[in-house]
Write a protein that binds this ligand. Structure first.
Ligand SMILES: C[S@@+](CC[C@H](N)C(=O)[O-])C[C@H]1O[C@@H](n2cnc3c(N)ncnc32)[C@H](O)[C@@H]1O
Length: 250
């Protein structure tokens, strides 16, 4: 506890208890404490994170699923989709939670450009869904064209200059491709919005996480892509998402 506290861990007692519970041997515990003290996220050290009540495997370097992203899950599930694509899936946490909530019958495809994230997502989605690797829609099988009810996406949306201001846990231990959203943070949102239409089934929608500050930019990206956009906000999660459907005149 003292070593964790000295390293700046706010919940040193809780973290120490978790590390003791997770370490199979004293040597393993020492190695885990060293990793944590050197600033690695707790979830990467123990190898899992809790998300929507599920235990999600997290490999070193892969984005740790955040609590706020539960809003994407709730928003996607509320649309009762049969075919869901989790674009920029990271660990695959969103895909796993959506599939778990909707149960049998839902087809889930997750995609990421980072091979380490893809490997991690394959572990989490084993027997649940398919994970494909590549740049946004280029990763998806063409058989999905026109058949996707919901594209859900937590893309990187931190403006390039703000990445350096992020906590070291994120900056140093999550791959930069998971964080950097370009000059104003919404470069990937623009590409996700402009490419979505051929993939959507009639009445399908695009659900993208953003920040409160970036709502106007993300919404503008949707509108430029011919989507009618609605903003969803959950104060208790401090979470914001933009939902797009093909505009009647789009
Ligand atoms: C903010 S993380 C979110 C991960 C996951 N969706 C979650 O909420 O935990 C963004 C993810 O997008 C992936 N990514 C970034 N650019 C991408 C691209 N052009 N195509 C596919 N995936 C991309 C990163 O590798 C990273 O895993």
């Amino acid at each position: 506890v003292a070593r964790l506290r000295a390293a700046g861990c706010v919940y040193a007692e809780d973290e120490a208890a978790l590390l003791v519970a997770e370490a199979p041997t004293a040597d393993a515990l020492e190695a885990m404490v060293r990793r944590r003290v050197s600033g690695e996220p707790l979830e990467q050290v123990v190898g899992w994170a809790e998300f929507c009540g599920l235990r999600v495997a997290v490999e070193p370097g892969v984005f740790v699923p955040r609590r706020r992203t539960q809003l994407l899950v709730a928003t996607a599930v509320a649309r009762r989709p049969q075919v869901v694509v989790d674009l920029c899936c990271g660990t695959g946490a969103v895909a796993l939670a959506v599939a778990t909530e909707l149960g049998r019958g839902v087809e889930v495809v997750a995609a990421d450009v980072d091979p380490v994230a893809v490997r991690c997502a394959r572990r989490n989605l084993d027997g649940v869904g398919t994970v494909v690797e590549g740049d946004l829609y280029a990763a998806l099988p063409e058989t999905l064209l026109g058949h996707v009810d919901v594209v859900v996406c937590n893309a990187p949306y931190v403006p390039t200059e703000a990445v350096a201001l992020m906590p070291a846990e994120a900056r140093d231990h999550e791959h930069r491709v998971a964080l950097d959203g370009g000059a104003d943070g919404v470069d990937v949102h623009r590409r996700v919005a402009s490419g979505v239409r051929p993939w959507l089934a009639p009445g399908g929608s695009l659900v993208v996480e953003t920040s409160e500050d970036q709502v106007p930019l993300t919404t503008a990206a949707f509108v430029a892509a011919g989507l009618a956009a609605t903003v969803v906000r959950d104060e208790s999660l401090d979470a914001t998402a933009v939902v797009g459907v093909v505009a009647p005149d789009g």
